[in-house]
Design a protein around this ligand. Structure first.
Ligand code: PBG
Length: 328
């Protein structure tokens, strides 16, 4: 197999031939759109580090969700900004909490939309950590009960899928058990399985007001220099504990992990194209340094090819629109 017998350019000769050979297609139904909801009325607060993304109060979120549904996107993942925070993150599992209310309101109006909820404490704790803190330590086991309560309250409000993002050991099992016990054995868990202690979450923490007030998340989220085997072990544990889908997060710096997870596991693989990845593209596009549409579509294709069945992305509405516009 060598030149001049083989010429790769023969199969790139025309748009028609190239199109025939395309095997990686992103569809609107592969996308999950993150939505930030906040207490209060008539609020559409822009997030400076994430142009185009807002925190919506529940009276205004409807309009945004309508766009999602019209775009052919099947699912949203909800993040909440509570009215107040405390050490135990009570707002996360209160039946009157922001997510519980948001799920109820959205499902009333859009019963067919798949509503996924992020299950974590960091947006609700005054210290900003994803678990219960004692003497500066993030405690694992006492956190499990609160996460399970949080997940259950989301499901009771009508959530279709819960997505634990905290990275405590044993949380998937604890949530599965709590859901089963309450009669929700048919509700799926999308586990943030290989979630790294990444610098790419910066803009999200502005959006959700969830930056840790001391230290960092390195004692629970994965080390960015850890072996790929560790990512597979995290994923295997989640699957064993009852995860129905597994996630790799962030996406772009961890394409190898997405690919390995896809090869190793039979369940659907989700990748999270996170806030910092979004901000990079937006900033460069604003300066006229990159073609936003083409770079984003290329990125989505790459995530798909690496093995993502589903992609959580802040670009979702734009991507769905672009896919319709042009036969990409
Ligand atoms: C909550 C959570 C975070 C993200 C999703 N769920 C922040 C974090 O772990 O600090 C990040 C999402 C993004 O950056 O887009 N634990």
């Amino acid at each position: 197999m060598s030149f001049p017998i083989t010429r790769m350019r023969r199969l790139r000769k025309s748009a028609g031939i190239r199109k025939m050979l395309q095997t990686n297609h992103v569809l609107p139904e592969n996308l999950i759109y993150p939505v930030f909801v906040t207490m209060g009325k008539n609020k559409k607060n822009p997030i400076p580090s994430m142009p185009g993304i807002y925190q919506f109060s529940l009276d205004l979120v409807r309009e945004e969700i309508e766009k999602v549904v019209k775009a052919g996107i099947q699912a949203v993942i909800l993040f909440g900004i509570p009215a107040s925070k405390d050490a135990q993150g009570t707002g996360a599992y209160s039946s009157e909490g922001i997510i519980q209310q948001a799920v109820y309101v959205i499902k009333q109006e859009f019963p067919e939309l798949v509503v996924i909820t992020d299950v974590c404490l960091c947006e609700y704790t005054d210290h900003g950590h994803c678990g219960v803190v004692k003497d500066g330590i993030i405690l694992n086991d006492p956190t499990l009960e609160l996460l399970a309560q949080t997940a259950l309250s989301h499901v009771q409000a009508g959530a279709d899928i819960v997505a634990p993002s905290d990275m405590m050991d044993g949380r998937v099992g604890a949530i599965r058990q709590a859901l089963d016990k309450a009669g929700f054995s048919e509700t799926a868990i999308m586990a943030y399985s290989a979630k790294y202690a990444s610098a790419f979450y910066g803009p999200f923490r502005d959006a959700a007001g969830s930056a840790p007030q001391f230290g960092d998340r390195k004692t629970y989220q994965m080390d960015t220099k850890a072996s790929w085997q560790q990512a597979l072990l995290e994923t295997a544990l989640d699957v064993e504990e009852g995860a129905d889908m597994v996630m790799v997060k962030p996406a772009l710096a961890y394409l190898d992990i997405i690919s390995r997870v896809k090869e190793e596991f039979l369940c659907p693989v989700v990748s999270y194209n996170v806030s910092g990845e979004y901000a990079m593209i937006k900033a460069a596009a604003e300066k006229g340094w990159l073609d936003e549409k083409q770079t984003v579509l290329e990125m989505m294709t790459g995530l798909k090819r690496a093995g993502s069945d589903l992609i959580i992305t802040y670009h979702a509405l734009d991507v769905a629109k672009w896919l319709k516009e042009e036969n990409f």
